[in-house]
Ligand binder design. Structure first.
Ligand SMILES: *[C@@H]1O[C@H](CO)[C@@H](O)[C@H](O)[C@H]1NC(C)=O
Ligand SMILES: *[C@@H]1O[C@H](CO)[C@@H](O)[C@H](O)[C@H]1NC(C)=O
Ligand SMILES: *[C@@H]1O[C@H](CO)[C@@H](O)[C@H](O)[C@H]1NC(C)=O
Ligand SMILES: *[C@@H]1O[C@H](CO)[C@@H](O)[C@H](O)[C@H]1NC(C)=O
Ligand SMILES: *[C@@H]1O[C@H](CO)[C@@H](O)[C@H](O)[C@H]1NC(C)=O
Ligand SMILES: *[C@@H]1O[C@H](CO)[C@@H](O)[C@H](O)[C@H]1NC(C)=O
Ligand SMILES: *[C@@H]1O[C@H](CO)[C@@H](O)[C@H](O)[C@H]1NC(C)=O
Ligand SMILES: *[C@@H]1O[C@H](CO)[C@@H](O)[C@H](O)[C@H]1NC(C)=O
Ligand SMILES: *[C@@H]1O[C@H](CO)[C@@H](O)[C@H](O)[C@H]1NC(C)=O
Ligand SMILES: *[C@@H]1O[C@H](CO)[C@@H](O)[C@H](O)[C@H]1NC(C)=O
Length: 664
């Protein structure tokens, strides 16, 4: 221990005692004097009023969890600002409004419910437990997600920044902390959404929502937290565990961990137990592989997870994994997705992840898990997470419940002439695609999505482009190049390069969108015929609408006026169930007779003016005749099973052309 540490340790011990009785405040801190007020939005949920002022109390990053942490969610100060003010942070100054973190500024739960939230200040204060800074450790300030660009200031100094609205990031603030009391945290946030000069990955967010695009989300929309890490610490844990018991782990460490020959110790526990299954020592910052004897495999029917702990120097983190292998193979002459060497038919809904009260942020983890339970209970085995990236706890819920995830990259918008900004190259009737800088941003964020999510056992497939949005159709080589990029970052998943519209042959799937009825791997088609060399997949179908009662509708005139843009509207719940039964039966028939390997029903919930959900937007009405839907879904899986009456499966993924003989 260095002398300064000792001094700091003594001071902090004295302070720690004192701090129990004295509530220290930042000198000019009047946080809390402006009361937070939940706004009355166009629609609420059963969870809205239960959110309170300490939302999302759960530890938010389940695959890199530290035990010493502190949640910073709650009421912060907020002010709308401008680009010109960006270099003039309001150090020591109160801001004029209160916002509930982590709910985006456009949401009712934020207490702001503003629009055009392009430039914002956020301000709060926080205490740090002195034991965290006394003992030669680091203090990390973590953000689950901030849309879109954030500059972070701690105690009047620039601490770090991030660009990308869907990604977690961490700032080592140790050297900026005050040792004499509370610390001031300020963020400058810029979110252009789809203003004319910008083209960023943003999924379904639009400044002017229309039928299929929704209210945008700006600012902090996932948990903010502090944690105490070791002096040299783990920044990321990549874990892949497969059906043969092989574990491949990379422990990424902080830049100050200069000892590249450093080692870590990994422990894998027996399921639901503290008994050690295996313990190994490996080298940091490079893949380390070892084997585990006959693990229980992970599958939707039996989603066994194994807890993990990793020790690196004085840093220790917890995580988990599931043993499974995703590949593709020929089963009875048809190319199929395989899970643990067997054909798995992928059936799930299009899952937008929008909420009437929190927009991008579910009101609570219970609310978020509610949707997933509804899907699992009716018999789906998959969700297609649609052009949005969710909090880590969403994927943990899928890992735990056994719901496979088809994960979309959030799209950039496609601008159609004549709505292109003046001066942008375009031809009438032809979409303008992104310029080279914007293309780089898309690729950078695509890579970040994969790095962030790739250790979740439930993810089976990455989707690059949805329906041509932001797709460079002038250079179709881009599809192939990005497919290679995805495979190089994650060789353990399948790639659906293009879901719907402009398919040029890249990737593992031949993916068609067709409303209302499916055309999945059929020898008849409208649009593109399916490519027998790839997996036949129905990336979207369904979308049968049923208007909701006014109390379950998003009460915005523009949204209500566009309800009649729904592909197909039914008059009542019986008719909705009649039509959805027709569509599911048709999909079962196509699956039984042709080459269909999976499908995505549009969609989990209504969203704003879209009234085609299994559930209404507020989740208060479930339109499904549950018995009928369970039977219909069961029939689709039975059809898949009967179509692939196998003898043999030839694994065709990977360079080694490995041949497996697996009975179904
Ligand atoms: C902080 O408060 C002190 C005393 O109330 C005041 O003199 C000072 O101007 C304030 N500082 C800022 C930056 O507002
Ligand atoms: C911020 O200010 C701009 C310019 O006055 C305004 O258009 C916008 O609606 C404001 N946004 C919020 C969230 O208050
Ligand atoms: C963001 O951080 C990088 C690297 O830490 C730094 O070089 C850059 O100046 C920062 N940008 C802003 C706007 O603070
Ligand atoms: C705490 O320490 C910081 C950094 O040394 C200093 O700038 C600040 O004025 C001090 N605050 C108080 C309340 O003493
Ligand atoms: C692409 O467009 C953006 C926004 O207009 C601009 O900032 C950037 O410089 C452009 N890049 C190229 C290579 O033209
Ligand atoms: C382990 O994972 C890394 C990173 O994904 C990959 O490059 C490497 O090939 C894998 N090793 C084995 C033996 O699978
Ligand atoms: C680097 O790590 C190795 C293995 O843990 C250890 O033996 C060695 O002492 C370390 N070197 C330094 C300079 O810390
Ligand atoms: C672990 O616990 C869960 C929940 O109680 C249970 O469903 C599962 O079967 C258990 N797994 C094993 C391998 O014991
Ligand atoms: C949809 O409704 C709007 C007003 O509610 C009406 O103007 C429009 O003509 C309707 N469109 C169709 C296709 O019915
Ligand atoms: C849907 O219901 C709302 C609320 O009753 C009503 O205002 C709207 O006109 C209806 N739209 C259609 C297309 O039925």
């Amino acid at each position: 221990m260095r002398l300064t540490d000792l001094v700091l340790g003594l001071v902090s011990t004295a302070f720690a005692v004192e701090s129990r009785s004295v509530r220290r405040q930042y000198p000019n801190d009047t946080l809390g004097t402006l009361p937070y007020e939940l706004k009355t939005g166009p629609l609420d949920t059963e969870w809205t009023s239960k959110v309170g002022t300490s939302p999302w109390p759960e530890y938010p990053r389940p695959q890199l969890a530290r035990s010493e942490w502190k949640n910073l969610n709650g009421v912060w100060q907020y002010s709308n600002t401008t680009w010109e003010e960006r270099d003039n942070p309001p150090f020591g100054r109160d801001l004029d409004k209160s916002v509930l973190v982590p709910f985006c500024l456009e949401s009712a739960l934020s207490g702001i419910m503003g629009s055009n939230a392009y430039y914002s200040w956020y301000r709060t204060s926080f205490d740090v437990d002195f034991s965290w800074i006394a003992s030669d450790k680091r203090v990390l300030l973590n953000f689950g997600a901030v849309d879109y660009e954030a500059n972070v200031y701690v105690n009047g100094k620039a601490a770090g920044n991030n660009t990308g609205g869907y990604f977690h990031f961490s700032v080592d603030v140790t050297d900026l902390l005050n040792t004499n009391g509370t610390n001031e945290l300020i963020l400058y946030i810029h979110d252009p959404t789809n203003t004319q000069y910008s083209n960023i990955p943003l999924g379904k967010q639009r400044l002017n929502p229309d039928h299929i695009n929704y209210t945008p989300c700006s600012g902090i929309w996932q948990t903010v937290w502090l944690e105490s890490a070791g002096r040299e610490y783990i920044t990321q844990l990549d874990v892949d565990a497969n059906m043969d018991g092989k574990v491949n782990v990379t422990v990424h460490t902080s830049p100050n961990a200069v000892n590249s020959s450093g080692t870590f110790e990994i422990t894998i526990f027996e399921p639901n137990s503290t008994d050690i299954k295996v313990q190994k020592t490996g080298s940091i910052n490079q893949p380390f592989t070892f084997e585990v004897d006959s693990p229980n495999l992970w599958s939707p029917e039996s989603p066994t997870l194994y807890d993990i702990s990793v020790q690196f120097g004085s840093d220790s983190v917890k995580s988990y994994t599931g043993f499974r292998t995703i590949s593709k193979g020929e089963v009875d002459g048809v190319v199929r997705p395989l899970l643990n060497g067997k054909f798995v038919f992928l059936f799930g809904p299009l899952d937008q992840g929008f909420w009437p009260d929190g927009l991008h942020s579910p009101p609570s983890v219970e609310a978020m898990e509610y949707d997933l339970h509804v899907l699992k209970d009716v018999g789906f085995n998959m969700v297609r997470k649609h052009i949005k990236i969710e909090p880590g706890l969403f994927y943990k819920a899928c890992d735990t419940l056994g719901l496979l995830v088809v994960q979309d990259m959030p799209s950039m918008p496609t601008y159609w002439y004549p709505s292109n900004p003046p001066g942008w190259p375009s031809e009438r009737g032809k979409p303008y695609y992104i310029n080279s800088t914007q293309q780089e941003v898309f690729e950078h964020e695509l890579a970040r999505m994969i790095e962030q999510l790739k250790s979740h056992p439930s993810i089976v497939t990455w989707v690059i482009y949805n329906e041509g949005w932001g797709q460079n159709i002038d250079d179709i080589g881009t599809d192939w190049r990005l497919t290679d990029l995805v495979r190089s970052l994650d060789p353990t998943r399948l790639v659906d390069s293009v879901t719907g519209w402009n398919d040029h042959g890249a990737g593992d799937y031949s993916d068609n969108h067709h409303y209302s009825g499916a055309l999945c791997g059929t020898p008849f088609w409208s649009g593109l015929a399916y490519d027998e060399k790839r997996i036949a997949f129905q990336g979207e179908f369904g979308g049968i609408g049923l208007n909701a009662s006014i109390e379950n509708l998003w009460k915005v005139d523009q949204a209500i006026a566009q309800i009649n843009s729904t592909y197909e509207l039914t008059k009542n719940t019986n008719t909705w169930n009649y039509r959805t039964h027709n569509l599911l039966a048709e999909l079962a028939a196509q699956t039984k007779d042709f080459a269909c390997s999976g499908a995505v029903y549009t969609q989990t919930t209504d969203v704003e003016g879209e009234v085609n959900g299994l559930l209404t937007y507020d989740r208060r009405v479930n339109r499904m005749d549950i018995t009928q839907w369970k039977d219909d879904i069961r029939a689709i899986f039975d059809a898949a099973h009967s179509r692939a009456v196998t003898k043999e499966t030839r694994n065709i993924k990977g360079l080694d052309e490995e041949v497996r003989m697996v009975g179904l």
